[in-house]
Design a protein around this ligand. Structure first.
Ligand SMILES: [Cu+2]
Length: 492
């Protein structure tokens, strides 16, 4: 085979340099161009804590720390000294015993985003006070699907600041999906997408009321707390890439130009078959798993974050141009968030994609339909500062919606506001049935869905297994802190 050298001078890290001799030659035409100034470095591996003999046992200390990210010294909050926090990994049926130690100087708690567990455990009303510790113990149901979940604080009024400052970590549950032979053969990578703002996190500036209303965003886009890290992909291999949007407010519109990628799982598990996609929208809280075949010309392929306007142009028009200059408000722009880098392999035949994953059942017709109108306004009873659902702002002891266990419902989520509001339901999964009157192209299990300004989404949910009080809310966490949350009481 005729091979030729290609330019790898942009590769900075020692680990990457070590792989250069192996990768120094390749077939045919030149690999795609990339921005040489935007140096891609191999991401340091996130520490992984896995269950042993059916038990995932650990403690997580939440504490402030200074961390250098892309050359900026940032004052952040970390779990066990790491941003992002360690990857927690367990199997369906395993027991989790997690002790949260709070050294933040503020109250906090934990939410297990993407896990189907009792709201008595995954309890957002719990307070773990400063200096205290609390042990969360639960069993992951035997029938739990394989999911990419994540854990983060959910203490009302502190959620946006604690997550924006770094408190978030991946939580992987393995199940039947992991036993599919083609999936077993795939290599895995995981990227936690998260923005930071040096002006706020170390620069001494404070968040303006306008940026808080908008939902704070940072100018420094990172994956695994690194700017544009390298993700290895084996030539003729198969990469299973997990993505978590752990940003407080940012909506990503992702693209992998000149390279195929296939969606294999959404928030709450696999879809029925790998589905080739063009762009992937990931709003705060959402996850996706992709299958990427190493089938292209060896080279570097950037995963791009494309501009997505979640209502900024309208806000800037109404507030004046000064909005653009405020830390915490970022104009949408195109950025490389990670770079896939080909690594040679002895494989001459490409690894096949699975033809089937896990069937996504069709939910029965709903017994009840409800409307949830998302809007900006004041609920005087709750002394809210401006974000409401059905005219109501969140109150700690006010149940907004009562449902029956095992009942199937259609929820019409109507966004009457000029900003996008990603809607997240705790405890239970749902399927998006229609968006703006149009059926979704395929069935998928979700628990967070972006609802653009003036859009309507119908989701179908069956309240399964667990009774008790849980919540739904906007996952732009500043909006949640400012009242865009409701309590649903699941009754037997
Ligand atoms: Cu919102």
């Amino acid at each position: 085979m005729k091979r030729r050298q290609f330019n790898r001078q942009f590769v900075g890290s020692l680990a990457a340099a070590a792989s250069v001799p192996l990768l120094s030659q390749c077939d045919g035409k030149a690999p795609p161009k990339k921005d040489r100034n935007n140096a891609a470095k191999r991401s340091p591996t996130i520490k992984r804590i896995s269950s042993v003999e059916g038990l995932l046992e650990l403690s997580l200390t939440a504490k402030a720390q200074t961390q250098t990210i892309a050359g900026e010294s940032l004052k952040l909050l970390a779990y066990n000294g790491q941003v992002p926090g360690p990857i927690l990994e367990a199997r369906a049926g395993d027991t989790v015993r997690l002790t949260l130690i709070n050294a933040l100087g503020n109250p906090t708690n934990l939410h297990y985003h993407g896990l189907h567990i009792s709201p008595e455990v995954d309890n957002v009303f719990r307070e773990v006070a400063e200096g205290e510790r609390y042990t969360y113990e639960f069993q992951i149901p035997e029938t739990h699907p394989a999911v990419t979940g994540w854990y983060h604080p959910h203490y009302h009024l502190k959620v946006a600041s604690q997550v924006f400052d770094g408190l978030a970590g991946p939580m992987i549950i393995r199940g039947a999906l992991d036993d599919i032979p083609e999936i077993k053969q795939a290599e895995e990578a995981l990227l936690v997408l998260k923005d930071f703002e040096p002006k706020l996190q170390g620069g001494g500036q404070t968040l303006s009321p306008l940026a808080k209303r908008w939902g704070r965003e940072g100018s420094l886009l990172t994956a695994n707390a690194q700017r544009n890290p390298v993700v290895d992909i084996s030539q003729n291999g198969l990469l299973r890439l997990r993505l978590i949007n752990a940003s407080a407010s940012r909506i990503y519109q992702l693209q992998l130009p000149e390279h195929p990628w296939f969606l294999m799982a959404t928030d709450r598990g696999a879809i029925s078959e790998p589905t080739e996609i063009e762009t992937l929208m990931l709003s705060p809280g959402e996850r996706a798993e992709l299958l990427i075949p190493g089938s292209r010309e060896p080279g570097d392929y950037e995963i791009l974050s494309l501009p997505y306007d979640r209502g900024l142009s309208e806000m800037i028009e109404s507030m004046g141009k000064s909005a653009e200059q405020m830390p915490g408000i970022e104009l949408p722009k195109k950025t490389a968030i990670a770079t896939l880098q080909y690594r040679p392999s002895d494989r001459t035949e490409p690894l096949p994609l699975p033809t089937q994953l896990i069937p996504v059942e069709s939910l029965p017709e709903p017994e009840i339909s409800r409307e949830f109108v998302l809007d900006h306004g004041i609920d005087h009873s709750a002394k809210s500062t401006g974000f409401i659902i059905n005219g109501q702002s969140f109150m700690m002891d006010r149940v907004n919606t009562r449902v029956r266990l095992n009942q199937v419902e259609d929820w019409h989520i109507i966004n009457r506001a000029s900003m996008a509001h990603p809607f997240h339901l705790h405890t239970n999964r749902f399927q998006v049935i229609k968006r703006n009157g149009k059926p979704e192209p395929f069935r998928a299990w979700k628990n967070t869905v972006a609802i653009g300004s003036y859009e309507t989404v119908i989701l179908r949910v069956k309240f399964e297994d667990f009774a008790g009080r849980t919540v739904y809310h906007c996952h732009i966490l500043d909006h949640e802190d400012q009242g865009m949350m409701g309590i649903v009481d699941i009754q037997t």
